[in-house]
Design a protein around this ligand. Structure first.
Ligand SMILES: Cc1ncc(COP(=O)(O)O)c(C=O)c1O
Length: 393
């Protein structure tokens, strides 16, 4: 079969083997990226959907506007302004089908084949694959405990004449869980402006802070209309609804709307109306506070287990929010092989290579704490510690 040049660069995931076993109940999975299902407001949605069908069923089943359901768009616009200082006169906010679609469409409307996307290394595989599908070239910028390393970003911007986009997840990054410092956010913005590059700020975890001080979003600094902000309800209400949003300057948004028309006409209207009704009727902020508390406890359990069981030459990041932490093993460890060995101990993790813009081997691995119980976290980290001791000493 001759597949298109667009889809050819998307290789089957190197971690497919790991995901195959995830249905097995004897495996403790730290490999997923799902929010904890106990946080889904099932009862509330049940009540609201019955009411919605009773009062507004025919509209909920009709086609809708590509930009999104107006009452929801208004609520999102206000929330972004109020909570994150996002949205100037030149900006517009639209509903998209998950943050993933926001990232994908932004690349689609801005990048030609061969254009360069600068991204964190490691970074979110869904976004990397979206960029790959447009035959762009990915250039990874290493991440440390304060986010993307800005000196390396500047070197790359100097070198890469076809740089078009900087893709960043500055808050509780996937996969490392780290936050970019305010200083670096400002520097990144200044560099993007200097080199005429658009920033995609992907922020699905921003509301899940359980420690420390809020750090302003890059979009809140955007006086020049160079930041495309992608957000989502996936991690604060439900990922299955596929409700995300995007805020950018109007010229960019108008092209994204045309691309979205082609892509899916509009985001599922019923779930847009349901999200709107939820925000109208219930206390979304109160709900988010409960999620944060749950993840704070689970993260603390993972940190404590790491301290207890992992050898001293293995480090883990200390996230202040979100759902992941990153484990750095000694350079001699190939995390792909290590992850396969761990499966024999009934523990699943995602090896670092899966998040590499250039498929480079990695001594890191991503550990998720939103899905497992505290007891499972403890057992899994103990197994990781034992396996590490076996191969290192
Ligand atoms: C960094 C990042 N961006 C975007 C997404 C996609 O989220 P959504 O469900 O809103 O499409 C995810 C999902 O895990 C993510 O981790």
């Amino acid at each position: 079969m001759q597949f298109s040049d667009k889809i050819a660069p998307l290789k089957p995931s190197a971690i497919r083997e790991i995901f195959k076993v995830l249905g097995d109940p004897s495996i403790i999975s730290l490999a997923g990226g799902n929010p904890a299902p106990e946080t889904f407001p099932v009862k509330e949605f049940q009540t609201l959907s019955a009411k919605l069908f009773e009062e507004n069923g025919k509209n909920a089943l009709q086609y809708g506007l590509t930009e999104g359901y107006l009452p929801l768009r208004k609520k999102i616009t206000e929330r972004l302004k109020e909570k994150l200082g996002i949205g100037r006169d030149f900006d517009e906010t639209i509903v998209v089908t998950g943050g993933q679609q926001g990232v994908d469409l932004t690349c689609k409307i801005l990048c030609n084949e061969g254009d360069v996307v600068l991204c964190e290394d490691p970074s979110f595989i869904g976004a990397l694959n979206a960029f790959r599908s447009y035959n762009t070239r990915l250039v990874g910028i290493p991440v440390d405990d304060c986010g993307m390393q800005i000196d390396k970003l500047e070197q790359a911007l100097k070198k890469e004449k076809k740089a078009k986009l900087i893709y960043t997840i500055p808050t509780f990054q996937n996969p490392t869980g780290v936050c970019m410092s305010l200083e670096r956010r400002k520097a990144l913005y200044a560099l993007a402006k200097k080199y005429g590059v658009i920033i995609i700020e992907d922020n699905p975890y921003g509301e899940l802070r359980f420690h420390g001080e809020e750090i302003p979003t890059i979009k809140s600094m955007d006086e020049d209309g160079i930041v495309v902000y992608c957000g989502s309800f996936s991690k604060i209400l439900s990922p299955g609804m596929r409700i995300g949003f995007l805020c950018a300057q109007k010229e960019i948004v108008s092209k994204i709307i045309v691309a979205k028309q082609v892509n899916d006409v509009h985001t599922n209207l019923f779930f847009q109306m349901l999200t709107d009704a939820y925000m109208e009727t219930y206390d979304l902020d109160g709900h988010i506070r409960e999620i944060r508390e749950l993840y704070r406890k689970k993260c603390a359990a993972m940190q404590a287990a790491a301290k207890q069981y992992l050898p001293a030459n293995v480090s883990v990041t200390s996230p202040e929010g979100g759902i992941f932490l990153w484990c750095r093993m000694p350079e001699t460890v190939d995390s792909q092989k290590f992850a396969n060995r761990l499966l024999r101990r009934n523990v699943a993790v995602v090896p670092g290579m899966a998040f590499s813009p250039d498929d480079a081997p990695s001594n890191g691995m991503r550990l998720n704490y939103s899905m497992p119980t505290e007891e499972q976290i403890d057992r899994a980290i103990q197994q990781i510690g034992e396996e590490l001791r076996e191969i290192l000493f």
